[in-house]
Write a protein that binds this ligand. Structure first.
Ligand SMILES: Nc1ncnc2c1ncn2[C@@H]1O[C@H](COP(=O)(O)OP(=O)(O)OP(=O)(O)O)[C@@H](O)[C@H]1O
Ligand SMILES: [Mg+2]
Length: 311
């Protein structure tokens, strides 16, 4: 499949901070690409480089087969961008979008402003100053602004930031519709559950390096021989952990149920139940849970954590 974005061996340093370390990434046309990573992983840095807003030391970055370094302006006209940045406080929503319309010489500017405001549910507030809006409302203005150019490619840095559940569903549905109509969406996030619902492709970045990349369905499939079980009852958990070496983690949830993750070949539920029963335990409830993108994310990142990462 054709790739709209091609990043090869990209490195970026801020002084002595190595923000991106040999990043290679391809975003297929027509995908909803979830760019995931913990705080400070390098997501915003990557997106700013794509938008031509940051210089980089090594590598190549192409969008629509244009090298970003050589031709940033031509490229941007086909891209809608939601930055992770402050917005002009003193402009009204209308004035802000109007300016974007002028900058990009959008035909039927008025109609377009009206259209995006309806799409994002802000029509009634169009004359309000941006500085007086709530966090989630501001975020929606940012998304409306990114949509103004009717872009082929949307690049959104943490679009769900500050949105309430209804606004989030609305935005996710909007993104799905855009992709149905032939657009491509690249969005960064650390709210994995949300991305899980819509992403077709995923990359996980950690400390400036890509640690996972591929089709969502293939990535999750790779982890299917890893089991995840929810168990309630009296469990001698230390003994269970000792006797079952393929259990990778066991945590209790808010209902005091045990959430057990396993790896390796033993995925037979009955075998697990037998083993737990042998280990002096009484099970009242047992079910297997679906592996989510969040599990994949945590497993991948945990495997790579170093002492001091969250110090
Ligand atoms: N202007 C800067 N000067 C120095 N270091 C910077 C600068 N901008 C970012 N960094 C560092 O580069 C690394 C990557 O930052 P980046 O903002 O790309 O992370 P992120 O994945 O977007 O994180 P978050 O989820 O918190 O938004 C971090 O270690 C950060 O501290
Ligand atoms: Mg960021």
């Amino acid at each position: 499949m054709e790739n709209i974005i091609k990043i090869r061996n990209l490195s970026k340093n801020y002084g002595t901070v190595k923000a991106l370390d040999n990043v290679t990434l391809s975003v297929p046309k027509g995908s909803i690409f979830g760019y995931l990573g913990p705080n400070g992983a390098g997501k915003t840095t990557t997106l700013k480089i794509l938008m031509g807003l940051l210089q980089y030391s090594n590598g190549s970055v192409e969008i629509f087969e244009n090298e970003v370094k050589k031709n940033p302006v031509a490229v941007n006209r086909r891209i809608g961008f939601l930055p992770d940045a402050e917005m002009p406080r003193n402009d009204s929503i209308y004035r802000f979008l109007n300016l974007t319309g002028k900058l990009h010489k959008i035909k039927n500017k008025e109609e377009r402003i009206s259209e995006v405001l309806v799409q994002i549910g802000l029509k009634k507030l169009s004359n309000r100053k941006i500085g007086t809006l709530s966090k989630g409302q501001k975020q929606r203005v940012g998304i409306a602004n990114a949509l103004m150019v009717d872009p082929q490619l949307l690049i959104l840095d943490e679009p769900n930031n500050g949105l309430d559940p209804i606004a989030r569903v609305r935005v996710l549905t909007l993104l799905k519709d855009l992709v149905k109509n032939g657009k491509t969406v690249l969005l960064s996030s650390h709210i994995i559950g949300e991305v899980d619902k819509i992403a077709t492709d995923i990359a996980i970045i950690h400390r400036g390096r890509i640690v996972e990349q591929g089709k969502r369905k293939n990535l999750v499939k790779r982890y299917l021989n890893h089991g995840k079980y929810v168990i309630a009852g009296k469990l001698d958990i230390d003994q269970v952990m000792r006797s079952l070496e393929y259990i990778t983690s066991c945590q209790q949830d808010h209902l005091e149920r045990y959430i057990i993750s396993t790896t390796g070949n033993v995925t037979e539920e009955q075998l697990l139940i037998d083993l737990i029963q042998k280990a002096n335990s009484k099970i009242q409830y047992f079910s297997s849970a679906e592996i989510s993108l969040e599990d994949l994310f945590i497993e991948t990142i945990n495997g790579q954590l170093k002492e001091g990462d969250y110090a």
